[in-house]
Design a protein. Structure first.
Length: 516
């Protein structure tokens, strides 16, 4: 029997024998169970899942089911049975319990119709699971006993206390968060916030407010007729055309073969226009005191050698050991070749059946802009407004005696002691050794800055609000940490969105204040 079509079979069976109650029967570790047919939406093969750190062990993760975020639950784990690898027979029953949930079973047997006199009380048997999780027992003609699971009670018992955890998340951070925001606004007034990147081993930066997002280099670009060498062509970004510019060529640096390690910084021009500039790597988000940014020397700014005109200022960082060249994006956009490419973009877009630009602009403004990072194979995101800086992990972290156990150490960040926490340990994931790809993401928590080590920072994305779904309440206390899930169906990606202000409890924040 094709179990993936059992819902259709059940409908047909229901018309033929309306006096019967319909059940889906399935097995778990050799025991036979049944589920009432009414709440069963479909039966599917077990999909790949995005695993949630610190979630209950019975919650295997979240899956994308035709644009819908579907929690996947292991019945074996709930029953206290050993987990096994999926087989060709393994299926997930999608059952609507107010919200759809997928329950993994070893095998789906059939859909049966049962007379009322064939249903007995669950107290009449002694089985491998508590009778509190059963609504009855089916006695069929072959004298086999099939236990009818009460899925609502099963979820209520396995994930008890979730409602209070969800309700308490709003109480955890109130007026203190507002105070921290005000303190941060005061701090921003005298600082530059920059996105740094490298081209040919040299470090450059752009004002974060001009960076709309950071995306991967496309496989190909549409060539622009008669364009200079540094205009690589036009790429498509969410159904809009974007001129693609090589910073290497624009700045007079040696060319490089394009590969998937390079990134495109999408720099906004206003009026719905933008330019994508190609960098070798994107490294950090920096906060630099305004006085550390010095105008380019007049002798250099007046040179006729080309690329140097795109540099607005030089930032001296780490006591002058690092010199970061800050791009003047406004001047870049005035470059005749880029203006020509923008004109070509508008011309080509007007000749295509694209949506109204004003509507697209409104949609973009309504997007959520997030910084995406990785822990293991899973992708996470935080609102870009929450990210103070992204810095490299130093070779050693200084341990502070009597500091909280969850603090990995401290670093000196421009004369300020910054507590650093390993995000993996914080989320109950296995720790890993230090690597060049790791970064420290700095958040403002309760008026103080705290750094969290992540495996890598990959990109900055604009995510349409239509792609956001609330995180399932089954993740328990983690629902206050990961409030939403970004379901990017076209890219087959699920990104877990983290609320930085919920990463530490009030008591932990108080302990942390003693460190810094």
């Amino acid at each position: 029997m094709n179990t993936d079509n059992t819902v259709d079979a059940a409908n047909a069976a229901g018309e033929a024998a309306s006096e019967n109650q319909q059940f889906v029967t399935f097995t778990v570790a050799g025991d036979c169970f049944a589920a009432p047919m009414a709440p069963v939406q479909e039966i599917i093969r077990v999909p790949s899942v995005a695993r949630l750190p610190l979630a209950p062990a019975s919650l295997l993760g979240l899956a994308n089911l035709r644009g819908r975020v579907l929690p996947i639950v292991s019945l074996r784990h709930i029953f206290g049975l050993p987990e096994i690898d999926d087989t060709e027979a393994t299926r997930a029953l999608v059952i609507d319990l107010g919200t759809p949930l997928g329950f993994v079973v070893d095998r789906v047997a059939s859909v049966i119709g049962v007379d009322a006199n064939q249903i007995e009380s669950a107290t009449s048997i002694q089985g491998s699971i508590s009778t509190d999780l059963l609504t009855g027992v089916l006695k069929t003609g072959n004298d086999e006993l099939t236990m009818v699971l009460d899925f609502a009670s099963l979820i209520a018992r396995e994930f008890s206390g979730l409602d209070s955890a969800v309700q308490n998340q709003a109480l955890l951070h109130g007026s203190a968060a507002n105070a921290a925001m005000q303190a941060e606004d005061d701090l921003l007034a005298d600082e530059l916030q920059l996105v740094s990147f490298r081209v040919n081993g040299q470090e450059y930066a752009a004002d974060i407010h001009s960076v709309q997002e950071i995306v991967q280099l496309p496989e190909s670009a549409v060539q622009v007729p008669n364009a200079p060498a540094h205009v690589l062509g036009l790429m498509t970004l969410r159904e809009r055309l974007l001129p693609l510019v090589s910073l290497r060529i624009l700045l007079g640096l040696p060319p490089r073969t394009m590969d998937d390690t390079q990134r495109v910084l999408v720099l906004g021009l206003g009026a719905g226009q933008a330019v994508g500039v190609v960098a070798d790597t994107v490294d950090e988000v920096l906060r630099v005191p305004a006085q550390q940014a010095q105008p380019l020397p007049v002798l250099l700014s007046k040179t006729a050698s080309g690329g140097i005109d795109e540099i607005a200022s030089i930032c001296r960082i780490d006591g002058g050991k690092r010199l970061v060249s800050v791009l003047d994006t406004a001047r870049m956009f005035q470059h005749p070749a880029i203006k020509s490419a923008l004109h070509t973009t508008l011309s080509q877009e007007s000749s295509m059946a694209t949506p109204d630009h004003s509507a697209a602009d409104e949609s973009t403004e309504d997007d959520d802009q997030v910084v995406v990072f990785r822990l293991g194979t899973e992708e996470f995101g935080v609102p870009i407004a929450s990210v103070q800086e992204i810095v490299r992990v130093p070779e050693t972290l200084t341990h502070v005696p009597k500091s909280p156990d969850f603090v990995e150490g401290v670093i000196n960040l421009r004369g300020v002691v910054l507590p650093v926490i390993d995000q993996r340990r914080r989320l109950g994931m296995p720790t890993v050794g230090r690597s060049d790809s790791q970064r420290i993401m700095v958040y403002m928590l309760e008026g103080g800055r705290t750094g969290f080590i992540v495996d890598s920072v990959t990109e900055v994305l604009r995510i349409p609000k239509s792609c956001l779904a609330p995180a399932p309440q089954l993740i328990g206390g983690q629902s206050r940490v990961m409030g939403h899930v970004a379901n990017l169906e076209a890219q087959k990606r699920l990104i877990l969105l983290v609320r930085p202000e919920a990463l530490l409890s009030q008591a932990e924040l108080a302990d942390l204040a003693q460190v810094s």
